[in-house]
Design a protein around this ligand. Structure first.
Ligand SMILES: [Zn+2]
Length: 554
């Protein structure tokens, strides 16, 4: 009697377990991991990076093909629509296209100078106006153009730049001095980013802002400036109707800069050195700038693609995988190849979303928490799609335990090291470390923090909203050929292919390291999806206070 009842209970308990809370026992983890293969990744990358997808620019035929492909592939693997009945989230954008027929003229020197669009000057207007016209605006050198109270720094101290044109250096004083006591030393802070500098210039009421391009502190050459900021520029539709006191923002080349400082009777290198000295004061160049830009302004809608695998017992808690699907589209003014295929950046990450969705489906039973797959738009235009999602979340952010961003998987074979962008910020680092160890990998900080990568991809808008977000990927310690080999390949990519039409899929790619990356992303997400903990930011992280307050208030 006792025996029978006990075994009946066991059977009932077993059935309850199988049906109500599919635990790890019920999950076919081997099958899931096996599907995270180099071959399955390559299959999607080849399609997304093909010429037919026209470089995947937002609001283009390339966008249509891309988002339709992703919808079809998510359906195929059994991931459900992530936004009600739909796989799409509308992202309202403003497109501002400057007429390239513009000239920056500088007067007040011995003879007037003029610089045309492209080789020396890449300017655009953040204002959604048909025409902006900056006339005889006094040029002021404001050093790094930074106001950073926490670092005791104010380049605008005692100077009124209302209506004037500010000229400023890229990156931050920590990078230039390499002094760990100055800002964050060589690692770039947000104050070093071009976005911050233009925002600050607008806050100060400047009519125009000229940002001096130097390859090392900018982390990219003039070619990247041209490819990124010439032509159509997108922004999110803003409540203020996309107006800014700053009519014109611009990169200027180093040669242009040296000519302008020369005309002012100054030496640029000396001025740059002075900008690092304590007590530096902004200085008028005694010159005037004029530039007029005619814009064509258009409102448009782009799409984030969102799919979901609903969880079992905690379906209202979420793990988000994000990767941007967009790239730069086409440039008909280029000779030869005009298509920016963006194979590594970011057909690889986008493809990984589909492969990961398939892997989670291959577990056989749902995970405890729901898994969201977000293919974001307009990342290359300033993280617009992810910013829109993070400020208009489909799933509550306080119920979102973690975000895992993928931007450019490894194409050079298996690496020993996994590099975390913004290492030390959140407890997600510890999840990554545990999982990496299982794969015989080690966790290290991003090898080039001076590039400001933490502010340059889709994890950042989530971090700004307080959600712990991880951006990690395999590093440079090639398992067979060593670190120098790995480093050289990375540097070669940055020099030759980054944001250029030559970022194309190649059969010689070795995606075994990318497969290992995907397994890492899968295992981190799986662990989090089976837990009930909410990882937090670490002590000292600038995002901790917001998350703690949001979690306390929910
Ligand atoms: Zn990217």
């Amino acid at each position: 009697m006792f025996k029978r009842t006990f075994s009946t209970l066991l059977i009932i308990a077993g059935l309850l377990f199988a049906f109500s809370c599919a635990g790890p026992q019920a999950h076919d983890i081997d099958k899931a991991l096996a599907s995270l293969s180099a071959g399955s990744l390559a299959e999607h990358v080849k399609v997304l990076a093909s010429d037919e997808f026209e470089g995947r620019a937002p609001v283009s035929d390339g966008e249509k093909r891309t988002v339709q492909y992703l919808e079809a592939e998510f359906k195929k693997v059994g991931a459900q629509p992530g936004n009600g009945e739909s796989y799409f989230q509308d992202v309202p954008l403003v497109e501002i296209t400057p007429n390239p027929d513009m000239t920056l003229t500088i007067s007040g020197g011995k003879s007037p100078m003029s610089f045309s669009y492209g080789d020396n000057l890449v300017a655009w207007s953040p204002n959604a106006k048909d025409k902006v016209d900056v006339k005889d605006s006094e040029l002021v050198f404001v050093g790094y153009g930074v106001i950073a109270p926490e670092f005791g720094w104010n380049d605008y101290e005692g100077v009124d730049v209302q209506g004037k044109t500010v000229v400023m250096l890229v990156n931050d004083p920590g990078f230039a001095t390499e002094d760990p006591e100055v800002f964050n030393g060589r690692a770039m802070t947000y104050y070093g980013r071009w976005t911050y500098k233009f925002e600050e210039a607008a806050r100060q009421g400047a009519a125009a802002a000229l940002l001096i391009h130097e390859t090392e502190p900018a982390a990219y050459g003039w070619g990247v400036v041209r490819n990124t900021w010439m032509g159509k520029q997108f922004s999110l539709v803003a409540e203020d109707g996309n107006v800014s006191p700053c009519d014109v923002v611009s990169w200027i080349s180093l040669e242009t800069t040296e000519e302008i400082f020369g005309a002012a009777g100054m030496n640029f290198q000396e001025a740059k050195a002075r900008a690092l000295e304590p007590g530096f004061e902004a200085v008028s160049l005694g010159l005037k700038a004029s530039v007029a830009i005619e814009n064509s302004v258009k409102n448009s809608i782009s799409q984030n693609v969102v799919a979901v695998l609903p969880g079992s017992d905690r379906a209202d808690e979420y793990i988000v995988y994000v990767a941007h699907w967009d790239h730069f589209g086409m440039d008909p003014t280029l000779e030869g190849d005009q298509i920016f295929n963006g194979a590594l950046d970011n057909a690889t990450g986008t493809a990984a979303l589909v492969v990961l969705a398939n892997a989670f489906k291959n577990l056989g039973e749902p995970t405890g928490r729901s898994i969201i797959f977000l293919a974001s738009t307009a990342e290359e235009q300033g993280l617009l799609g992810s910013h829109y999602y993070a400020t208009h979340p489909i799933y509550p952010l306080t119920k979102t335990a973690a975000v895992i961003n993928m931007d450019g998987l490894n194409i050079y074979g298996r690496m020993k090291d996994v590099r975390i962008v913004g290492y030390g910020q959140s407890e997600l680092d510890d999840y990554a470390r545990a999982v990496a160890a299982e794969q015989d990998q080690i966790i290290l900080p991003n090898a080039t923090p001076e590039r400001g990568s933490f502010f340059r991809s889709d994890h950042f808008p989530f971090a700004q909203q307080g959600v712990p977000a991880l951006s990690a990927g395999s590093g440079i310690q090639h398992r067979e050929k060593g670190e120098d080999y790995g480093r050289q390949l990375r540097e070669q990519y940055n020099r030759k292919n980054y944001h250029k039409p030559s970022d194309e899929y190649d059969d010689s790619w070795d995606l075994t390291g990318a497969a290992e990356d995907m397994q890492l992303y899968f295992k981190i997400g799986y662990r989090l999806a089976m837990e009930s903990t909410f990882p937090s930011w670490k002590e000292g992280s600038e995002f901790k206070a917001k998350r703690d307050a949001d979690m306390a208030a929910r």
